[in-house]
Write a protein that binds this ligand. Structure first.
Ligand SMILES: C[S@@+](CC[C@H](N)C(=O)[O-])C[C@H]1O[C@@H](n2cnc3c(N)ncnc32)[C@H](O)[C@@H]1O
Length: 293
C-alpha cells in the first residue's frame, strides 16, 4: 500500500510536525513533538547518559530496547544524548512494520529531528544494523516484539512505546511484560511508557515489575515507570494508587490480544497485595484478603 495512504504529516499544537497513522487513527508524540517527548518521557527519566557512563566500567555495553521504533523519535533522541558520552551502547529497536520509518525519511526536512541521521537510518533499514556513532551499535529486530525478545541481549533500559492499549492491546499484556522482565533476569532495568492507565500499571506489577509514577510530558501530568529492582524507582506506586485500583472501572490486568476493560477481580487484587511492593500497604489498609493471610 502507498505510504501516503497509511500515514500523514500533521502539525501539532507546539507548531512542530509529527506523523499520524491512518490505520490506527493515532498521532505520535501528540503532546509536544517527537524529540521533546522522547527526552521528557524516556531519555531523561532513564538517566541514559549517566547510566551508560556508569556501565562503561563493567566491560559490557549499556543496552537500550526501543520497543516500537516507529519513526525513530526515541532512538534519535537517545543518539543525540549519546553524542558526548564515550561509553559503549547498543540500541535494539523492535518494529513490526518499518513503513512508518520510510515515510519519516521521506519527510525528514519537515520533521526536523532526523536531519543528519538519514544515513544510519537508511543503513538500519537496509541491513538491520548501523553504527550511528563510533561507540553506538544500532540493531533492528523486525517482526512481532514478543517473538523477538529472545534474540536481543538483556536490557538496562526499555522505552515501551507501541500504540495505545486500546488500539494495540497485544503489546500491553502480561505475556509481553513478563517476557521482557524474564529477559532482564538479575539485571537492573527501567521501563518507561506514556500511559498512566491503572490497568497497565496492574498488568506490569503482576508481570514481575516494581511500578512507579513516571515523569510528566506535554499535557500529561503523569506517566508510568517500572523497574526490575525497587531502588531504581523514585516514586513507587503507593496506598493512594491502591485505593484507585479498588475504585477504578478499568483496573483489570490485560491478558491476551483483545482489549478488555473492567474492574479488578478479587484474585488479581489478592495477587497484587501479595507482591513485596504492596504487601505492607495492603496490610495497613486492611486490604489483605483472607485467602492470602
Ligand atoms: C507510537 S509508534 C512508536 C513511536 C516511536 N517510538 C518514536 O519514538 O518515534 C508505535 C510503533 O509500534 C509498532 N508496533 C506495534 N505493534 C508492534 C509489535 N507487536 N511488535 C513490534 N512493533 C510494534 C508500530 O508498528 C509503530 O511503528
Amino acid at each position: 500500500m502507498d505510504l501516503d495512504a497509511l500515514f500523514e504529516l500533521v502539525r501539532l499544537k507546539s507548531g512542530r510536525c509529527s506523523i499520524r497513522c491512518r490505520t490506527h487513527n493515532e498521532t505520535m508524540h501528540i503532546g509536544t513533538d517527537p524529540c521533546t517527548e522522547a527526552a521528557e518521557l524516556h531519555v531523561r527519566p532513564q538517566r541514559i547518559a549517566e547510566r551508560a557512563r556508569e556501565a562503561a566500567g563493567s566491560g559490557t555495553p549499556f543496552v537500550v530496547w526501543d520497543v516500537g521504533l516507529g519513526p525513530a523519535g526515541n532512538a534519535i533522541a537517545t543518539l543525540e544524548t549519546l553524542r558526548t558520552v564515550e561509553a559503549p551502547v547498543e540500541i535494539h529497536s523492535f518494529e513490526i512494520d518499518t513503513r512508518v520509518l520510510e515515510f519519516a525519511l521521506r519527510h525528514a526536512q519537515a520533521l526536523g529531528y532526523l536531519a543528519g541521521w538519514e544515513e544510519p537510518v537508511r543503513a538500519l533499514l537496509a541491513r538491520g544494523e548501523a553504527r550511528p556513532l563510533p561507540h553506538v551499535l544500532w540493531r533492528l529486530h523486525r517482526g512481532d516484539y514478543l517473538g523477538q525478545i529472545p534474540s536481543a541481549p538483556p536490557p538496562a533500559a526499555i522505552f515501551h512505546d507501541p500504540y495505545s492499549p486500546a488500539r494495540n492491546p497485544a503489546m500491553w499484556n502480561t505475556d509481553v511484560f513478563r517476557a521482557a522482565r524474564e529477559r532482564v533476569g538479575e539485571g537492573r532495568c527501567l521501563l518507561t511508557n506514556y500511559t498512566r492507565s491503572t490497568a497497565v500499571r496492574v498488568t506490569l506489577a503482576l508481570s514481575g515489575w516494581w511500578v512507579g509514577y513516571g515523569a510528566a510530558t506535554g499535557e500529561k501530568e503523569q506517566t508510568t515507570v517500572a523497574a526490575s529492582v525497587p531502588e531504581l524507582l523514585k516514586r513507587p506506586l503507593d496506598g493512594a494508587w491502591l485505593r484507585r485500583v479498588r475504585a477504578s472501572t478499568n483496573a483489570a490486568p490485560q491478558r491476551g490480544g483483545a482489549y478488555a476493560r473492567g474492574p479488578i477481580g478479587e484474585a488479581d487484587f489478592a495477587a497484587l497485595c501479595a507482591l513485596p511492593q504492596f504487601a505492607q500497604t495492603c496490610r495497613l489498609m486492611g486490604e489483605v484478603p483472607s485467602s492470602t493471610e
